[in-house]
Ligand binder design. Structure first.
Ligand SMILES: NC(=O)c1ccc[n+]([C@@H]2O[C@H](COP(=O)([O-])OP(=O)(O)OC[C@H]3O[C@@H](n4cnc5c(N)ncnc54)[C@H](O)[C@@H]3O)[C@@H](O)[C@H]2O)c1
Length: 198
């Protein structure tokens, strides 16, 4: 794998990945709608909006794998969630298909299952119960990924992120049992044309 694209590279997770993945690939292409600073060795910077299919398709040229983080990372109006998170994710997957980008990692969220009662054990295969329009957009992104696997042969990794922190929180500052008291959490399912279940 030589060329990797990160969308939403100026954000909290994107900027952390930017540091952590530096030098791992021939090219790390970083995309965001806001400035990304100066390019460092092995980096290419792209200013683009995920609502612009042509711009995202151009940014995907020659890319082997994409980490899709760009979008609203919180609840907002249905219209903004639809345009940025849902249509934006469609544009990323469609651009990957058009440009032959083999793998897309999609940043999903625990809000996909946010309406399950606290304390009820569930696994990655539990039926979605989104708690917000934001959570619904992540259900959409996961299912759209599945469609692009089955219909177009892409490889899609659904990464359900719980809480991201740049470093583990100090036990002294976090309440027992709270989200702050646990390390960053996530569940992962990878889909490829050779697998049929999540
Ligand atoms: N941080 C968490 O704890 C967490 C938990 C679950 C899921 N996630 C998901 O991970 C991803 C990254 O989260 P984050 O915490 O880094 O968010 P963030 O808000 O820090 O970063 C999101 C980035 O997306 C960019 N962006 C927004 N709209 C855009 C558009 N229309 N076109 C191009 N770029 C656009 C923003 O400029 C920003 O740099 C998001 O998809 C979020 O939903 C995050």
């Amino acid at each position: 794998m030589r060329q990797v694209l990160i969308t939403g590279a100026a954000g909290a997770i994107g900027s952390t990945l930017r540091e952590g993945l530096r030098g791992r690939f021939a090219t790390l292409r970083l995309l965001d709608s806001v400035p990304l600073g100066d390019p460092r060795s092995g980096e290419e910077l792209v200013t683009a909006d995920v609502r612009d299919l042509a711009g995202i398709t151009e940014a995907m040229d020659g890319v082997d794998a994409t980490i899709h983080l760009a979008g609203l990372a919180y609840e907002d109006s249905f219209e903004r969630i639809r345009d940025i998170n849902m249509t934006g994710t469609y544009h990323v997957l469609e651009a990957a298909r058009r440009q032959g980008c083999a793998r897309v990692v999609f940043a999903s969220s625990n809000h996909v299952t946010g309406f399950y009662p606290v304390g009820q054990p569930i696994g990655p295969g539990a039926a979605p119960r989104p708690d917000t329009f934001y959570g619904l957009s992540k259900v959409f992104g996961e299912d759209l990924g599945r469609l692009y696997v089955d219909r177009h042969g892409l490889q899609v990794v659904r990464l359900r992120i719980g809480t991201f922190a740049r470093s583990p929180p100090s036990p002294a500052t976090s309440a027992p049992g709270s989200a702050r008291g646990t390390p960053s959490t996530c569940s992962i399912a990878a889909w490829s044309p050779r697998t049929s279940a999540s």
